[in-house]
Design a protein around this ligand. Structure first.
Ligand SMILES: [Zn+2]
Ligand SMILES: [Zn+2]
Ligand SMILES: [Zn+2]
Length: 362
């Protein structure tokens, strides 16, 4: 794996990752500058959590026609300049032009006791899976998804080493149903200056379990699922995909390391192969279930990078598709958003069985 860094006029970086091809040719093109917008963290005193205020995000590109896709290669110096100034690349990573965190976020001070603020000091990256505009995680070849796992691991290592970064959150939003503004296959990485609340909840539960039984909670959950088998969707070397016992959404699927692995960096080569394979299988099953690309959010949870030792940090990926039937979306309504309790209209065992038999399309 070969990595070429390009620094842009507005201070952002790009990394071109090359595997088989030589390092890409970088064109001198006009650059779109990152604007100067308000960016800060505000403390929600009632919930005890931060909200990111980032006004630059209002201006982000919204479902452009394919010829103006900012994630496609830039075909020549006189052509439309995308975010990637090269006529070819294999996988590329760049700092988001409309970020929620930035390395040079301004310092802020509290306005009043109940109006706490903090600097949005972190990094937001976009990771482009392929130069092919219409590809998906499921349609990319096995080799390309395996490379993506290597790039994720490299990004995790580099971002984790930054002193301000406490959590490296990798995710993918897919489908217009959940508000995706670009269809070109890509994911994102938010290098957080704090541990996000969802992860904090998992940490607290893992810690309780550890205190009680001296074992990793996720290791026990995975062992349980493997033993019962009724919610398993697919398995690959070192990884299992299952619908959780108490899934919040009908087609929720978790992909977890079967041995105790805290982050991507702990995986063996064979386990990286297994993870890549399972990601392709799950996406292909989703897409084949109803014959259209299933929208989802995919979130990767792994070891925090704040230097704290936690016994229950265990690598897993959560797929959350918003559909409950082929033509019905599950809306998060009052009980979910106002009370914080999810209602799942179906039995997870049933949905696991459906996904288990859905043929991968690839
Ligand atoms: Zn594109
Ligand atoms: Zn574990
Ligand atoms: Zn999780």
């Amino acid at each position: 794996m070969n990595k070429t860094r390009v620094d842009r006029a507005d201070g952002r970086y790009i990394y071109f990752y090359a595997f088989e091809a030589p390092a890409p040719v970088v064109l001198a093109v006009d650059e779109q500058m990152r604007g100067d917008a308000r960016i800060e963290l505000r403390w929600n005193a009632l919930l005890g959590e931060y909200v990111i205020v980032s006004t630059a995000r209002q201006g982000r590109t919204f479902l452009p026609p394919a010829e103006y896709c900012p994630l496609c290669p830039t075909v020549g110096v006189d052509a439309f300049a995308t975010e990637l100034p090269s006529p070819s690349y294999e996988i590329a990573v760049f700092e988001n032009r409309f970020p929620s965190f930035r390395p040079d976020a301004p310092a802020v001070t509290d306005e009043a006791a109940l109006h706490g603020r903090s600097s949005a000091n972190g990094v937001c990256e976009v990771i482009v899976y392929s130069p092919e505009h219409d590809a998906t995680l499921g349609s990319l070849g096995a080799k390309q998804v395996r490379r993506l796992v290597d790039v994720w691991a490299d990004r995790y290592a580099e971002l984790a080493a930054r002193p301000e970064v406490r959590y490296v959150f990798m995710f993918e939003n897919r489908g217009k149903e959940i508000g995706v503004t670009l269809t070109h296959p890509h994911g994102q990485i938010y290098a957080f200056p704090f541990i996000p609340p969802h992860v904090e909840l998992e940490h607290a539960q893992s810690e309780r379990w550890w205190t009680a039984v001296r074992r990793c909670l996720a290791c026990d959950l995975v062992a349980d699922e493997l033993a019962s088998g009724e919610r398993i969707v697919a398995v690959a070397q070192g990884f299992v995909a299952y619908v959780p016992f108490a899934a919040r959404l009908p087609y929720e699927v978790h992909v977890a390391a079967t041995a105790h692995r805290e982050s991507l960096l702990d995986l063996t080569d064979g386990e990286r192969d297994g993870l890549a394979e399972l990601l392709r299988v799950i996406q292909a099953k989703y897409d084949n279930l109803w014959g259209f690309p299933m929208p989802y959010t995919m979130s990767m949870h792994q070891r925090g990078t704040d230097g704290v030792e936690r016994p229950g940090d265990h690598l897993h990926i959560e797929f959350m598709p918003p559909y409950r039937t082929k033509d019905k979306l599950k809306y998060l309504a009052g009980v979910e958003t106002g009370a914080g309790t999810y209602i799942n209209d179906t039995a997870p065992e049933e949905k696991a069985a459906k996904l288990r038999v859905a043929e991968p399309r690839t």
